[in-house]
Design a protein around this ligand. Structure first.
Ligand SMILES: [Zn+2]
Length: 348
């Protein structure tokens, strides 16, 4: 028994490898049908696998899944699974926004489709409660897709946060990490240290020292903010400032208490499942690891919470030996028809 799972993120026109253009996505769907694949929902495959099964999945629940992907899935009657993070839902759109189908039926012009922001901007804003989550799906859109029977909704955790996971500094912030506010609790000042980081469900959290953040952010702020980083020696200067400050002292932060760690896992794993089940009145049984990262304790928590399988970012097909809690997927990039055929053939 062998089956493959395709992993998409965005279907839109942004020039990034993981943003598949609607045109290329449509050719992928046509090719799958031509090759005799009949994509099934991942939970259907887990419940009763058939040989040569194939499943299409989307991670993160971006608005473009509704605007571009869903109308195309509908056009070809193809099933897909969307993994949503329940803490990253658009709450500002009371009714489903326009999508490609409204263009096909001449209800609107193409330019009236919702504006799709860049991947970086959508995600940067996803950790600040005050910021709009317009780049993500709304519950109304999610329900509409789920009710069509074509889209199955499963869990991608709650927060999609990255956390600091050790006292080792790997870099300093200068706006290059879209997840930084999630790790720091809202602090994205230039110059603050970036510690070794991991997905929120794959590590115990290292709570860094605010004094160190204040020291380094202050240093950068008083020396011209972004201009400070134009100097070749900026990194060395921050390293030295920190070393001088720490001399003889050990102000490196603390590990989160065991209880908080357990609560955090429950929030991400158990609560995201419950929220989906309550909102959509259906079973949520599959998890998709944010950032593809997990540990044994993550899998234990998933099993405990009632999940039956989990998807990774390990590339490959699945067979009888694959553990249901480490399902392989094929990350699909903005491939044209030829490249898509080549990639799919190498796995099927
Ligand atoms: Zn993700």
């Amino acid at each position: 028994m062998k089956f493959i799972v395709l992993a998409y993120h965005h279907i839109n026109y942004e020039k990034r490898p993981d943003c598949v253009s609607p045109g290329n996505f449509e050719s992928h769907l046509k090719i799958l049908l031509e090759k005799g694949f009949k994509p099934r929902h991942l939970n259907e495959i887990i419940a009763s696998p058939h040989d040569k099964d194939l499943s299409i999945t989307f991670d993160d629940g971006y608005l473009d899944n509704w605007v571009y992907a869903f109308p195309l899935l509908k056009k070809y009657s193809i099933k897909a699974t969307i993994f949503i993070s329940t803490g990253r839902i658009c709450l500002e759109a009371p009714s489903p926004r326009y999508n490609l189908e409204d263009v096909w039926t001449k209800k609107i012009k193409k330019k009236e489709l919702p504006l799709i922001e860049s991947h970086f901007n959508i995600n940067t804003k996803s950790f600040d409660e005050k910021d709009s989550k317009e780049g993500f799906l709304s519950w109304e859109e999610i329900k509409f897709m789920a009710e069509s029977g074509l889209v199955d909704i499963q869990s991608h955790g709650a927060s999609h946060k990255m956390i600091f996971a050790s006292p080792e500094i790997t870099d300093y912030n200068k706006g290059q990490y879209w997840w930084i506010k999630g790790a720091t609790g809202g602090d994205s000042r230039n110059g603050i240290p970036v510690y070794q980081h991991r997905s929120a469900i794959a590590a115990r959290k290292f709570c860094d020292d605010i004094k160190i953040r204040n020291l380094l952010a202050g240093h950068v702020n008083s020396r011209g903010e972004m201009d400070f980083f134009k100097k070749n020696s900026w990194k060395k200067e921050l390293d030295t400032t920190l070393m001088e400050f720490l001399e003889g002292k050990n102000l490196h932060g603390v590990w989160e208490p065991e209880e908080e760690f357990k609560e955090r896992l429950k929030y991400e794993i158990d609560l995201s499942r419950k929220t989906i089940e309550q909102k959509l009145e259906k079973e949520c049984s599959i998890f998709c690891y944010p950032w593809g990262e997990y540990e044994t304790f993550t899998v234990d928590r998933l099993k405990n919470a009632g999940y039956r399988a989990a998807a990774t970012f390990n590339s490959g097909a699945n067979n009888d030996e694959t553990s249901p809690f480490s399902l392989n997927r094929i990350p699909v990039l903005n491939w044209n028809s030829k490249k898509f055929v080549k990639e799919i053939s190498s796995f099927s």
